[in-house]
Design a protein around this ligand. Structure first.
Ligand SMILES: NC(=O)c1ccc[n+]([C@@H]2O[C@H](COP(=O)([O-])OP(=O)(O)OC[C@H]3O[C@@H](n4cnc5c(N)ncnc54)[C@H](OP(=O)(O)O)[C@@H]3O)[C@@H](O)[C@H]2O)c1
Length: 277
């Protein structure tokens, strides 16, 4: 597999195609801020947008998509059910709310945002219902560790198609990635840029210099060569363009290994086995 351009796709286990690259919009304000960044992304060739009910910007995402002029069916939209809404009926209701805000008639990917103990299995049943009814083209989870995935799959009718987790050179999640590969679950990286913390890393800077790229571009290229879907966030058009300009160089195997060796199992977000929200 070699991803050749910004619109290349991975094929999920139900044969739905999902772009390898997309725009994240966490902490982007609803209204002009989110509309401008989504429009900038779509204008520059992005075809995948990652939002969540929790981000409180689904309305702006939906408006930007409509105003972009890019046909709906060419865009892959992800949103997520928030923790407080988990459970069967409440998830179905939360889905309708998100759809109304996004103002779309089908969704591409619906994710369980976090594995809320005692709730996520009922939530999964609701996602299966939505999938079987054709309201959403693919369903998945986020922040699930191996034991969460095993637990959900014991009595799942449909296996998750995607697991979106924190993933960057300081948190390479190798066991989880292996498990997902074995089970045909596409791994997706959130906070791929570790929210900017790796900008000055020497290993990355050396490679960035060699390829005349930024450290951020090197990281995002590493994601794709590792077959991990990636969704960096930026509200600045020049960075939106920069982040996606990674299809004209290739890291060597040795460089890939050197980046993976930066792993320290450190997180910028919460630990899925110990969160209180
Ligand atoms: N499922 C989950 O629980 C979960 C959790 C967190 C995030 N996510 C998803 O993953 C997406 C990405 O993660 P993230 O937003 O946490 O972090 P990120 O993408 O790792 O980093 C975003 C930060 O890096 C900056 N940045 C982006 N491109 C840059 C560049 N080329 N040069 C310098 N700085 C750059 C951005 O600033 P500017 O905007 O000012 O450019 C922003 O502060 C989110 O937006 C969201 O969609 C999901």
């Amino acid at each position: 597999m070699m991803v050749k351009n910004l619109q290349d796709v991975t094929t999920l286990h139900n044969v739905v195609k999902m772009p390898w690259f997309g725009l994240g919009v966490y902490k982007v304000e609803d209204g002009d801020e989110v509309m401008d960044s989504v429009k900038a992304a779509l204008k520059n060739g992005y075809r995948s947008i990652d939002t969540a009910a929790f981000y409180d910007n689904e309305e702006g995402v939906g408006t930007a998509i409509k105003e972009s002029g890019v046909p709906r069916e060419e865009i892959f939209i992800t949103t997520k059910v928030w923790n407080a809404d988990q459970g069967y009926d409440s998830t179905l209701a939360a889905f309708e709310k998100s759809m109304k805000k996004l103002d779309i008639d089908y969704l591409d990917l619906y994710l369980i945002h976090w594995p809320v103990k005692g709730k996520y299995k009922e939530t999964w049943k609701a996602l299966e219902t939505l999938y079987k009814e054709g309201r959403v083209r693919a369903i998945g989870v986020s922040n699930f560790n191996i034991h969460h995935l095993e637990d959900v799959m014991i009595d799942a009718e449909i296996k998750p198609m995607v697991n979106q987790v924190e993933y960057h050179p300081r948190l390479t999640q190798e066991e989880l990635h292996e498990f997902c590969k074995k089970n045909n679950i596409q791994l997706e990286a959130w906070s791929p840029l570790m929210r900017g913390q790796l900008a000055d890393n020497e290993t990355l800077q050396e490679m960035a210099k060699k390829y005349n790229k930024s450290t951020f571009q090197v990281i995002l290229r590493w994601d794709l060569q590792n077959e991990v879907v990636t969704i960096p966030k930026s509200i600045k058009e020049h960075r939106i363009i920069e982040n996606a300009d990674i299809f004209d160089f290739e890291l060597t195997e040795d460089e890939m290994d050197k980046i993976s060796a930066l792993n320290e199992n450190t997180r910028v977000g919460a630990d899925p086995d110990n969160f209180d929200f």
